[in-house]
Write a protein that binds this ligand. Structure first.
Ligand SMILES: [Zn+2]
Length: 549
């Protein structure tokens, strides 16, 4: 009871805050979104709003409220460049993928980069260093880092807890949305050995256009839904803020994506149907809680599992709602149809339990799956591909991919030493016949790494250094010097560029693999220069090229 009162008070105070705080717009043009808060992404939830910048970079970004610039970051991927503003109300606003910092912050970053001779930066500032007022220009919008089109990625954090908060309630009046969310299909998950849908243990997806016909089911089942939200005047799709599942009038499940923690981020593969996402590229929100799912914003009755044990109609309703209150409902019926449920046949499979440590062993392979790494019990089948000339066997740790909630130590034995230098050996994941590095180090006959997914793994070698390809050399005399740097094996680990024997700042963009000189104006005109570029991959393969210009 006490908890109930507390949560009510909390809800009221948050809502009151949203109404009293008036954030300014970051832009002086109408706001349109290309992504919403809490959208489902690979391995995480989308932490903010993606605001369109009229198709171009370089739009001035205005600070949404008074405060001070508390942090600025530079990275190869992710936000690329980002600036953080701390506000007196306990919120931090974050502006990512920016093209340029404000001049004073840019100088602080530059000084750090040249002093430390490194491009990557994560600087924290004191409140009196860079105070800002609502409306001040704090940066210019861009397309830096892991961004695929000019936009501003804006987040709100709780400065105490680090929680990500949906910025939408604060900007609702600046964004037009009269379009409700829509579902594409409803998923039915009979629980293996305990329930059937349409006489089968298999997952069944039914398009929302075919929901009039009642389905038959018996025993323990669970549901899921594939849905998106939409907004006026855009062609994008967005995450659905509220999903509710009713059985008759009883609430079986509700998700409210208004705020989340970093722990929630790790739970994303438990909330979604991981197999469906990996194999068919479809995002399904499960309306049930897998045993290992600790997601904070799910409310369920009996963890969302449903037992069909009466010969009658079970009437379900899904209600989807967005942050502006636009709603869509879907109704469907399951007819309880008694039937014999055969126990699960596990012959030839290994049973992994989510609530204990599991060990997968094959000749030349060992995988430890610590307690807490699986979201639910799993039946897996390991296959060993044995090629006598290969460096190691290849291990298929289950055909269908299974997500692991933490790095699980995997070791594979080396059978053929095709090169003597053991620092060149690494573990590769085999995806559609192609190798992708899963890292790793050689030790006493084994290559060891840690993996986050059950898939197919083998040992590979990387003896080839990263490839350096000069770009647009005609422009180099103006200081616009750039290269493409790629490594097919273990990937680029470090680089260093020297101009006339001294460190020069070059930025690397992981998305484009382009390495470029950050300050073309530093290249003195009319004199000869020597440019040296040094690169190294994760297997210790080095390369050095020198150019005169
Ligand atoms: Zn974004």
């Amino acid at each position: 009871m006490i908890y109930f009162i507390f949560s009510c008070l909390l809800a009221v105070s948050l809502e009151a805050q949203e109404q009293t705080i008036r954030f300014g717009s970051p832009f002086d043009f109408p706001l349109k979104l290309s992504a919403s808060f809490g959208e489902l992404r690979s391995g995480h939830l989308h932490g903010g709003l993606d605001i369109k910048t009229e198709g171009v970079v370089g739009k001035p970004i205005h600070c949404i409220a008074d405060g001070f610039i508390s942090r600025a970051t530079v990275s190869y991927g992710g936000f690329g460049q980002a600036v953080y503003v701390t506000h007196p109300n306990g919120l931090i606003s974050v502006y990512g993928h920016i093209q340029r910092f404000s001049p004073k912050v840019a100088k602080a970053i530059d000084d750090y980069q040249y002093e430390n001779e490194r491009f990557l930066a994560d600087l924290h500032f004191e409140p009196d260093q860079f105070p800002v007022k609502k409306g001040d220009i704090i940066a210019w919008s861009g397309n830096e880092g892991y961004s695929f089109g000019p936009h501003l990625h804006m987040e709100l954090h709780n400065s105490e807890t680090g929680e990500r908060i949906d910025p939408m309630p604060y900007f609702k009046d600046k964004i037009l949305d009269t379009t409700p969310p829509r579902a594409t299909a409803i998923y039915f998950y009979p629980q293996r050995g305990e329930g059937v849908v349409e006489g089968s243990f298999n997952t069944l997806s039914v398009p929302v256009t075919a929901l009039q016909k009642p389905l038959s089911a018996w025993g323990k089942i669970a549901l899921g839904i594939s849905a998106n939200d939409y907004m006026d005047g855009t062609h994008n799709n967005y995450g659905v803020k509220f999903v509710t599942l009713l059985l008759d009038t009883m609430k079986v499940y509700q998700s409210t994506v208004a705020a989340y923690t970093s722990l929630d981020n790790q739970m994303i593969n438990a909330w979604t149907d991981f197999h469906e996402q990996q194999v068919n590229n479809r995002w399904v929100m499960r309306s049930h809680r897998l045993p290992g799912n600790k997601l904070s914003f799910l409310e369920t009755k009996s963890d969302g599992y449903i037992t069909i044990d009466e010969e009658k109609d079970y009437k379900f309703t899904y209600i989807l709602q967005d942050g502006h209150g636009n709603k869509t409902s879907y109704r469907f019926t399951i007819h309880g149809t008694p039937c014999e449920i055969a126990p699960m046949n596990t012959q030839g499979y290994e049973l992994l339990s989510y609530d204990r440590m599991n060990l997968l062993l094959e000749p030349g392979m060992q995988l430890v799956i610590p307690k807490g790494a699986l979201f639910e019990d799993a039946v897996v089948q390991t296959k060993v591909w044995n090629d006598s000339a290969a460096i190691s066997h290849t291990y298929e740790l289950n055909k269908s991919p299974i997500s692991l909630n933490m790095g699980c130590p995997l070791m594979i034995g080396v059978r053929n030493y095709t090169v003597a230098d053991t620092t060149k050996y690494y573990i590769a994941r085999v995806v559609n016949g192609k190798l992708a590095s899963a890292g790793g180090k050689y030790e006493n006959g084994w290559v060891k790494t840690s993996i986050r997914e059950l898939g197919t793994y083998t040992v590979a070698i990387d003896t080839i250094p990263p490839k350096i390809t000069p770009r647009n050399q005609k422009q180099w005399s103006t200081g616009h010097i750039s290269f493409v740097v790629g490594d097919a094996g273990t990937g680029l680990k470090t680089y260093r560029v020297e101009l006339d024997g001294k460190f020069e700042l070059f930025g690397f963009n992981a998305k484009s693999a382009i390495l470029s000189m950050k300050h073309p104006e530093r290249l003195k005109k009319g004199v000869k220069h020597e440019l040296k570029i040094m690169v190294e991959d994760y297997a210790g393969n080095n390369k050095e090229e020198t150019y005169t210009l």
